[in-house]
Design a protein around this ligand. Structure first.
Ligand SMILES: NC(=O)C1=CN([C@@H]2O[C@H](COP(=O)(O)OP(=O)(O)OC[C@H]3O[C@@H](n4cnc5c(N)ncnc54)[C@H](OP(=O)(O)O)[C@@H]3O)[C@@H](O)[C@H]2O)C=CC1
Ligand SMILES: O=C1OC[C@@H](O)[C@H](O)[C@H]1O
Length: 381
Protein backbone atom coordinates (compact mmCIF):
# COMPACT_ATOMS: atom_id res chain seq x y z
CA UNK A 1 0.00 0.00 0.00
CA UNK A 2 1.36 3.43 -0.93
CA UNK A 3 2.11 5.66 2.05
CA UNK A 4 1.80 9.41 1.93
CA UNK A 5 4.20 11.48 3.97
CA UNK A 6 2.86 14.72 5.45
CA UNK A 7 4.90 17.81 4.56
CA UNK A 8 6.31 19.93 7.34
CA UNK A 9 4.69 23.35 6.88
CA UNK A 10 6.76 26.37 7.94
CA UNK A 11 4.71 29.44 8.92
CA UNK A 12 6.36 32.69 7.87
CA UNK A 13 6.05 36.23 9.13
CA UNK A 14 7.40 38.81 6.69
CA UNK A 15 8.97 41.93 8.18
CA UNK A 16 9.08 44.87 5.74
CA UNK A 17 6.74 45.03 2.74
CA UNK A 18 9.26 45.91 0.05
CA UNK A 19 10.49 44.44 -3.23
CA UNK A 20 12.37 41.33 -2.15
CA UNK A 21 9.63 40.52 0.37
CA UNK A 22 7.18 40.41 -2.53
CA UNK A 23 9.46 38.05 -4.48
CA UNK A 24 9.84 35.81 -1.43
CA UNK A 25 6.07 35.70 -0.87
CA UNK A 26 5.47 34.76 -4.50
CA UNK A 27 7.97 31.92 -4.18
CA UNK A 28 6.59 30.73 -0.83
CA UNK A 29 3.15 30.15 -2.31
CA UNK A 30 4.37 28.17 -5.31
CA UNK A 31 3.52 24.50 -5.25
CA UNK A 32 6.70 22.76 -3.99
CA UNK A 33 5.84 19.81 -6.27
CA UNK A 34 6.84 22.09 -9.16
CA UNK A 35 10.44 21.73 -7.93
CA UNK A 36 10.08 18.09 -6.90
CA UNK A 37 9.80 18.92 -3.21
CA UNK A 38 7.28 17.08 -1.04
CA UNK A 39 8.82 16.97 2.44
CA UNK A 40 8.37 20.67 3.27
CA UNK A 41 5.88 23.42 2.40
CA UNK A 42 5.26 27.03 3.39
CA UNK A 43 2.48 29.28 4.54
CA UNK A 44 2.56 33.01 5.21
CA UNK A 45 0.82 33.96 8.41
CA UNK A 46 1.39 37.70 8.35
CA UNK A 47 3.09 40.54 6.51
CA UNK A 48 4.23 43.52 8.57
CA UNK A 49 4.83 47.04 7.44
CA UNK A 50 5.34 50.16 9.50
CA UNK A 51 2.16 51.28 7.75
CA UNK A 52 -0.69 48.79 7.93
CA UNK A 53 -2.28 50.15 4.74
CA UNK A 54 0.92 49.30 2.90
CA UNK A 55 0.84 45.74 4.24
CA UNK A 56 -2.82 45.46 3.20
CA UNK A 57 -1.99 46.68 -0.29
CA UNK A 58 1.02 44.32 -0.48
CA UNK A 59 -1.29 41.38 0.24
CA UNK A 60 -4.13 42.61 -1.98
CA UNK A 61 -1.77 43.08 -4.90
CA UNK A 62 -1.25 39.33 -5.01
CA UNK A 63 -4.71 38.10 -4.10
CA UNK A 64 -6.56 38.85 -7.36
CA UNK A 65 -3.81 37.24 -9.36
CA UNK A 66 -4.27 34.09 -7.31
CA UNK A 67 -0.66 34.11 -6.18
CA UNK A 68 -1.66 32.98 -2.72
CA UNK A 69 -3.89 30.40 -4.36
CA UNK A 70 -3.22 26.73 -3.92
CA UNK A 71 -0.60 24.50 -2.49
CA UNK A 72 -1.10 20.79 -3.01
CA UNK A 73 -4.80 21.27 -3.57
CA UNK A 74 -5.34 23.34 -0.43
CA UNK A 75 -6.54 26.90 -0.77
CA UNK A 76 -4.29 28.99 1.46
CA UNK A 77 -5.67 31.75 3.61
CA UNK A 78 -4.49 35.25 2.94
CA UNK A 79 -1.82 36.48 5.33
CA UNK A 80 -2.84 38.99 7.98
CA UNK A 81 -1.68 42.57 7.44
CA UNK A 82 0.14 43.87 10.49
CA UNK A 83 0.98 47.52 11.17
CA UNK A 84 4.12 47.17 13.26
CA UNK A 85 7.17 44.95 13.45
CA UNK A 86 6.59 44.51 17.20
CA UNK A 87 3.13 43.07 16.53
CA UNK A 88 4.53 40.66 13.95
CA UNK A 89 7.16 39.14 16.23
CA UNK A 90 4.56 38.63 18.96
CA UNK A 91 2.31 36.47 16.80
CA UNK A 92 1.90 32.85 17.82
CA UNK A 93 1.27 31.72 14.24
CA UNK A 94 4.72 32.85 13.09
CA UNK A 95 7.48 30.23 13.23
CA UNK A 96 10.10 32.32 11.48
CA UNK A 97 10.53 36.01 10.76
CA UNK A 98 11.90 36.94 7.33
CA UNK A 99 13.67 40.30 7.63
CA UNK A 100 13.56 42.21 4.35
CA UNK A 101 14.40 45.76 5.37
CA UNK A 102 17.31 47.95 4.19
CA UNK A 103 20.68 46.92 5.66
CA UNK A 104 20.58 49.54 8.37
CA UNK A 105 17.50 47.93 9.94
CA UNK A 106 18.69 44.32 9.87
CA UNK A 107 20.29 44.51 13.29
CA UNK A 108 17.38 46.15 15.12
CA UNK A 109 14.78 43.94 13.43
CA UNK A 110 16.84 40.82 14.06
CA UNK A 111 17.25 41.74 17.72
CA UNK A 112 13.53 42.45 18.04
CA UNK A 113 12.59 39.07 16.57
CA UNK A 114 15.15 37.07 18.54
CA UNK A 115 14.24 38.77 21.81
CA UNK A 116 10.65 37.69 21.13
CA UNK A 117 11.96 34.13 20.78
CA UNK A 118 11.45 33.93 17.02
CA UNK A 119 13.60 32.12 14.49
CA UNK A 120 15.09 34.49 11.94
CA UNK A 121 16.04 34.55 8.27
CA UNK A 122 17.67 37.90 7.57
CA UNK A 123 18.44 39.29 4.11
CA UNK A 124 22.02 39.87 2.98
CA UNK A 125 24.26 41.47 4.11
CA UNK A 126 23.47 40.16 7.58
CA UNK A 127 24.18 43.46 9.37
CA UNK A 128 26.37 46.55 9.01
CA UNK A 129 29.46 44.93 10.51
CA UNK A 130 30.79 41.67 11.90
CA UNK A 131 30.28 42.74 15.52
CA UNK A 132 26.54 43.26 14.96
CA UNK A 133 26.26 39.84 13.29
CA UNK A 134 28.15 38.20 16.15
CA UNK A 135 25.76 39.85 18.62
CA UNK A 136 22.71 38.44 16.81
CA UNK A 137 24.26 34.98 16.47
CA UNK A 138 25.05 34.92 20.20
CA UNK A 139 21.55 36.15 21.00
CA UNK A 140 20.04 33.42 18.81
CA UNK A 141 22.09 30.82 20.68
CA UNK A 142 21.02 32.23 24.04
CA UNK A 143 17.36 32.16 23.00
CA UNK A 144 17.59 28.73 21.35
CA UNK A 145 16.50 30.21 18.02
CA UNK A 146 17.44 29.39 14.46
CA UNK A 147 19.30 32.24 12.76
CA UNK A 148 20.48 32.53 9.17
CA UNK A 149 21.60 35.16 6.69
CA UNK A 150 19.64 34.81 3.47
CA UNK A 151 22.18 34.24 0.74
CA UNK A 152 19.63 32.51 -1.49
CA UNK A 153 21.96 31.67 -4.40
CA UNK A 154 23.87 29.21 -2.20
CA UNK A 155 20.81 26.96 -2.22
CA UNK A 156 20.41 26.77 -6.00
CA UNK A 157 20.93 23.24 -7.37
CA UNK A 158 23.25 25.05 -9.80
CA UNK A 159 25.50 26.14 -6.92
CA UNK A 160 26.03 22.52 -5.83
CA UNK A 161 26.86 21.47 -9.42
CA UNK A 162 29.23 24.46 -9.69
CA UNK A 163 31.15 23.18 -6.67
CA UNK A 164 31.20 19.63 -7.98
CA UNK A 165 32.76 20.84 -11.23
CA UNK A 166 35.21 23.10 -9.39
CA UNK A 167 36.36 20.30 -7.11
CA UNK A 168 36.30 17.15 -9.25
CA UNK A 169 39.20 18.04 -11.53
CA UNK A 170 36.99 18.92 -14.53
CA UNK A 171 38.94 22.17 -14.93
CA UNK A 172 42.17 20.99 -13.32
CA UNK A 173 43.57 23.00 -10.41
CA UNK A 174 41.48 26.09 -9.72
CA UNK A 175 43.62 29.24 -9.87
CA UNK A 176 41.40 32.25 -10.44
CA UNK A 177 37.83 33.41 -9.89
CA UNK A 178 36.50 36.47 -11.67
CA UNK A 179 33.09 37.54 -10.45
CA UNK A 180 31.33 40.74 -11.42
CA UNK A 181 27.91 42.07 -10.50
CA UNK A 182 26.85 45.31 -12.10
CA UNK A 183 23.36 46.79 -12.19
CA UNK A 184 22.71 50.05 -14.07
CA UNK A 185 20.90 51.81 -11.21
CA UNK A 186 22.84 55.08 -11.54
CA UNK A 187 20.68 57.73 -13.21
CA UNK A 188 17.70 55.39 -12.99
CA UNK A 189 16.98 55.26 -9.26
CA UNK A 190 16.81 58.41 -7.12
CA UNK A 191 19.65 59.24 -4.72
CA UNK A 192 17.23 58.58 -1.87
CA UNK A 193 16.91 54.90 -2.91
CA UNK A 194 18.59 52.45 -0.56
CA UNK A 195 21.32 51.61 -3.10
CA UNK A 196 22.60 55.22 -3.14
CA UNK A 197 21.46 56.46 0.24
CA UNK A 198 24.30 56.68 2.79
CA UNK A 199 21.80 56.75 5.67
CA UNK A 200 20.55 53.33 4.49
CA UNK A 201 24.12 51.96 4.07
CA UNK A 202 23.84 52.05 0.31
CA UNK A 203 26.48 51.27 -2.28
CA UNK A 204 27.47 48.48 -4.62
CA UNK A 205 29.61 46.38 -2.30
CA UNK A 206 27.03 45.94 0.46
CA UNK A 207 24.21 45.34 -2.02
CA UNK A 208 25.84 43.35 -4.85
CA UNK A 209 29.26 42.43 -3.41
CA UNK A 210 27.90 39.55 -1.29
CA UNK A 211 27.18 37.65 -4.51
CA UNK A 212 30.67 38.14 -5.92
CA UNK A 213 32.13 36.99 -2.58
CA UNK A 214 29.78 34.01 -2.68
CA UNK A 215 31.32 32.51 -5.85
CA UNK A 216 34.81 32.94 -4.38
CA UNK A 217 33.70 31.23 -1.17
CA UNK A 218 32.06 28.36 -3.05
CA UNK A 219 34.97 27.76 -5.45
CA UNK A 220 37.98 28.64 -3.29
CA UNK A 221 37.16 28.88 0.41
CA UNK A 222 35.15 25.62 0.28
CA UNK A 223 37.72 23.90 -1.97
CA UNK A 224 38.82 20.70 -0.18
CA UNK A 225 42.49 21.62 -0.72
CA UNK A 226 41.97 25.01 0.95
CA UNK A 227 41.10 23.43 4.32
CA UNK A 228 38.80 26.37 5.07
CA UNK A 229 41.78 28.73 5.04
CA UNK A 230 40.64 32.35 5.20
CA UNK A 231 42.00 34.71 2.52
CA UNK A 232 45.71 35.37 3.07
CA UNK A 233 45.52 38.90 1.64
CA UNK A 234 42.68 41.25 0.77
CA UNK A 235 42.89 44.40 -1.28
CA UNK A 236 39.99 46.73 -1.90
CA UNK A 237 39.15 50.04 -3.50
CA UNK A 238 36.07 52.01 -4.51
CA UNK A 239 34.79 54.90 -6.60
CA UNK A 240 32.42 57.06 -4.52
CA UNK A 241 29.06 58.46 -5.61
CA UNK A 242 29.62 62.16 -6.35
CA UNK A 243 27.05 63.36 -3.85
CA UNK A 244 26.13 60.61 -1.41
CA UNK A 245 29.66 59.16 -1.13
CA UNK A 246 28.63 55.48 -1.16
CA UNK A 247 30.57 53.28 -3.57
CA UNK A 248 29.47 53.23 -7.20
CA UNK A 249 32.23 50.80 -8.18
CA UNK A 250 34.09 48.46 -5.85
CA UNK A 251 36.90 45.99 -6.31
CA UNK A 252 38.18 43.36 -3.95
CA UNK A 253 40.83 40.70 -4.41
CA UNK A 254 41.06 37.71 -2.10
CA UNK A 255 44.13 35.48 -2.11
CA UNK A 256 43.92 31.82 -1.12
CA UNK A 257 47.53 30.77 -0.65
CA UNK A 258 46.65 27.15 0.14
CA UNK A 259 45.46 26.87 -3.47
CA UNK A 260 47.81 29.40 -5.09
CA UNK A 261 44.61 31.09 -6.24
CA UNK A 262 43.13 34.56 -6.37
CA UNK A 263 39.57 35.87 -6.56
CA UNK A 264 39.06 39.14 -8.47
CA UNK A 265 35.70 40.55 -7.43
CA UNK A 266 34.05 43.63 -8.86
CA UNK A 267 30.64 45.17 -8.52
CA UNK A 268 28.99 48.44 -9.43
CA UNK A 269 25.66 50.21 -9.65
CA UNK A 270 26.48 52.04 -12.91
CA UNK A 271 26.60 49.51 -15.72
CA UNK A 272 24.96 46.11 -15.97
CA UNK A 273 27.26 43.10 -16.31
CA UNK A 274 27.04 41.79 -19.88
CA UNK A 275 24.84 38.70 -19.91
CA UNK A 276 27.40 36.29 -21.37
CA UNK A 277 29.84 36.09 -18.42
CA UNK A 278 29.19 37.09 -14.80
CA UNK A 279 31.47 34.59 -13.14
CA UNK A 280 34.51 32.80 -14.55
CA UNK A 281 36.49 30.20 -12.66
CA UNK A 282 39.78 29.41 -14.32
CA UNK A 283 41.66 26.18 -13.75
CA UNK A 284 44.71 24.56 -15.30
CA UNK A 285 42.58 22.45 -17.66
CA UNK A 286 39.57 24.62 -18.36
CA UNK A 287 37.07 27.04 -16.94
CA UNK A 288 33.55 27.37 -15.61
CA UNK A 289 31.41 30.23 -16.80
CA UNK A 290 28.17 31.51 -15.31
CA UNK A 291 26.11 33.76 -17.57
CA UNK A 292 23.78 36.43 -16.12
CA UNK A 293 22.94 37.01 -13.37
CA UNK A 294 25.57 36.78 -10.66
CA UNK A 295 22.81 36.43 -8.07
CA UNK A 296 20.59 34.16 -10.16
CA UNK A 297 22.42 32.17 -12.82
CA UNK A 298 20.51 29.52 -14.74
CA UNK A 299 23.34 27.69 -16.50
CA UNK A 300 26.96 26.65 -16.13
CA UNK A 301 29.24 26.42 -19.13
CA UNK A 302 32.12 23.97 -18.69
CA UNK A 303 34.99 24.73 -21.06
CA UNK A 304 37.67 22.07 -21.25
CA UNK A 305 40.96 22.95 -22.89
CA UNK A 306 41.74 20.78 -25.91
CA UNK A 307 45.25 22.13 -26.33
CA UNK A 308 47.96 22.14 -23.67
CA UNK A 309 50.45 24.73 -22.59
CA UNK A 310 50.38 28.38 -21.60
CA UNK A 311 48.81 29.52 -24.86
CA UNK A 312 46.00 26.98 -24.83
CA UNK A 313 43.16 28.65 -26.66
CA UNK A 314 40.99 25.86 -27.96
CA UNK A 315 38.35 24.18 -25.90
CA UNK A 316 35.21 22.12 -26.02
CA UNK A 317 32.10 23.24 -24.24
CA UNK A 318 29.31 21.59 -22.29
CA UNK A 319 26.35 23.49 -20.85
CA UNK A 320 24.38 22.50 -17.78
CA UNK A 321 20.97 24.19 -17.58
CA UNK A 322 19.12 24.86 -14.33
CA UNK A 323 15.69 26.39 -15.04
CA UNK A 324 14.13 28.18 -12.07
CA UNK A 325 10.53 27.86 -10.88
CA UNK A 326 9.50 31.39 -9.89
CA UNK A 327 12.30 33.67 -8.69
CA UNK A 328 14.30 30.98 -6.88
CA UNK A 329 14.14 32.03 -3.23
CA UNK A 330 12.16 28.86 -2.48
CA UNK A 331 15.25 26.63 -2.39
CA UNK A 332 16.58 28.71 0.50
CA UNK A 333 13.13 28.65 2.15
CA UNK A 334 12.89 24.86 1.77
CA UNK A 335 16.29 24.43 3.38
CA UNK A 336 15.28 26.71 6.27
CA UNK A 337 12.10 24.65 6.71
CA UNK A 338 14.17 21.45 6.89
CA UNK A 339 16.44 23.03 9.48
CA UNK A 340 13.47 23.97 11.65
CA UNK A 341 11.78 20.61 11.14
CA UNK A 342 14.99 18.89 12.23
CA UNK A 343 15.67 21.18 15.20
CA UNK A 344 18.80 22.78 13.71
CA UNK A 345 19.76 26.20 15.05
CA UNK A 346 21.96 27.01 12.08
CA UNK A 347 21.83 25.86 8.50
CA UNK A 348 24.76 23.75 7.32
CA UNK A 349 24.75 25.38 3.88
CA UNK A 350 24.83 28.91 5.34
CA UNK A 351 26.53 28.47 8.71
CA UNK A 352 27.08 31.29 11.18
CA UNK A 353 30.85 31.06 10.63
CA UNK A 354 30.44 32.00 6.97
CA UNK A 355 28.21 34.94 7.79
CA UNK A 356 30.95 36.12 10.14
CA UNK A 357 33.59 35.52 7.46
CA UNK A 358 31.73 37.59 4.85
CA UNK A 359 31.00 40.32 7.38
CA UNK A 360 34.70 40.46 8.30
CA UNK A 361 35.57 40.74 4.59
CA UNK A 362 33.10 43.61 4.26
CA UNK A 363 34.63 45.30 7.34
CA UNK A 364 38.07 45.05 5.71
CA UNK A 365 36.73 46.34 2.40
CA UNK A 366 35.21 49.40 4.16
CA UNK A 367 38.44 50.13 5.97
CA UNK A 368 40.67 49.73 2.89
CA UNK A 369 38.34 51.42 0.40
CA UNK A 370 37.53 54.32 2.72
CA UNK A 371 33.78 53.70 2.96
CA UNK A 372 32.46 55.29 6.17
CA UNK A 373 28.98 54.88 7.61
CA UNK A 374 27.33 58.08 8.80
CA UNK A 375 27.75 58.57 12.56
CA UNK A 376 25.30 56.63 14.68
CA UNK A 377 24.34 54.05 12.04
CA UNK A 378 26.16 51.13 13.60
CA UNK A 379 24.78 49.71 16.82
CA UNK A 380 26.56 50.49 20.07
CA UNK A 381 27.17 47.03 21.51
N1 LIG B 1 17.88 38.13 -2.04
C1 LIG B 1 17.78 39.00 -3.02
O1 LIG B 1 17.77 38.69 -4.20
C2 LIG B 1 17.64 40.41 -2.71
C3 LIG B 1 17.93 40.87 -1.44
N2 LIG B 1 17.79 42.17 -1.14
C4 LIG B 1 18.06 42.59 0.22
O2 LIG B 1 16.79 42.74 0.84
C5 LIG B 1 16.76 43.90 1.65
C6 LIG B 1 15.62 44.79 1.19
O3 LIG B 1 15.81 45.17 -0.14
P1 LIG B 1 14.58 45.64 -1.05
O4 LIG B 1 13.44 44.73 -0.91
O5 LIG B 1 15.14 45.86 -2.40
O6 LIG B 1 14.25 47.04 -0.39
P2 LIG B 1 12.90 47.88 -0.41
O7 LIG B 1 13.31 49.28 -0.22
O8 LIG B 1 12.09 47.53 -1.59
O9 LIG B 1 12.13 47.37 0.87
C7 LIG B 1 12.65 47.50 2.14
C8 LIG B 1 11.51 47.58 3.15
O10 LIG B 1 12.07 47.79 4.42
C9 LIG B 1 11.20 48.52 5.24
N3 LIG B 1 11.92 49.60 5.95
C10 LIG B 1 12.16 49.63 7.27
N4 LIG B 1 12.84 50.71 7.62
C11 LIG B 1 13.04 51.40 6.49
C12 LIG B 1 13.67 52.64 6.22
N5 LIG B 1 14.24 53.38 7.17
N6 LIG B 1 13.68 53.05 4.93
C13 LIG B 1 13.15 52.31 3.96
N7 LIG B 1 12.52 51.14 4.18
C14 LIG B 1 12.47 50.69 5.43
C15 LIG B 1 10.12 49.06 4.33
O11 LIG B 1 8.99 48.29 4.63
P3 LIG B 1 7.71 48.89 5.37
O12 LIG B 1 7.59 50.32 4.90
O13 LIG B 1 6.68 48.01 4.82
O14 LIG B 1 7.90 48.77 6.82
C16 LIG B 1 10.58 48.74 2.92
O15 LIG B 1 9.54 48.40 2.06
C17 LIG B 1 18.15 44.51 1.57
O16 LIG B 1 18.89 44.04 2.65
C18 LIG B 1 18.74 43.93 0.28
O17 LIG B 1 20.15 43.81 0.31
C19 LIG B 1 17.30 43.03 -2.05
C20 LIG B 1 17.00 42.64 -3.33
C21 LIG B 1 17.22 41.30 -3.78
O1 LIG C 1 20.31 41.12 -3.68
C1 LIG C 1 20.20 41.77 -4.70
O2 LIG C 1 20.19 41.15 -5.89
C2 LIG C 1 19.63 41.76 -7.02
C3 LIG C 1 19.84 43.23 -7.04
O3 LIG C 1 19.06 43.79 -8.04
C4 LIG C 1 19.51 43.86 -5.74
O4 LIG C 1 19.80 45.25 -5.73
C5 LIG C 1 20.25 43.21 -4.64
O5 LIG C 1 19.84 43.71 -3.39
Amino acid sequence: MATTQQSYVLRWGVLGAGWIASMMCKDLVLDPAGRDVSDVAHSISAVASRDVAKAEKFIADFAPKGAWAQISGQVKELPVAVGSYEELVAREDVDIVYIATPHTKHFSAGKLALEAGKNVLIEKPCTLNAAESKYLIDLAKEKGCFFMEGVWTRFFPLAYKFQELAFNGAIGDVRQVFADFGMAFYGMLPESHRVFNAELAGGAQLDLGPYTMLWAILALYHHPKNNLGEPSRISSSMVPHPTTGVDLFSTMTLDFDNLVARANLTCNTVITTPADVCVRVVGTKGSLILPFATSRPTSIVLRTNTTDGPLAAEYKEETFDFPIQGFGLHWEADSVARSLRDGEKENPRMPHAETLLTMKLLDTWREQAGYKYPAGLEATL
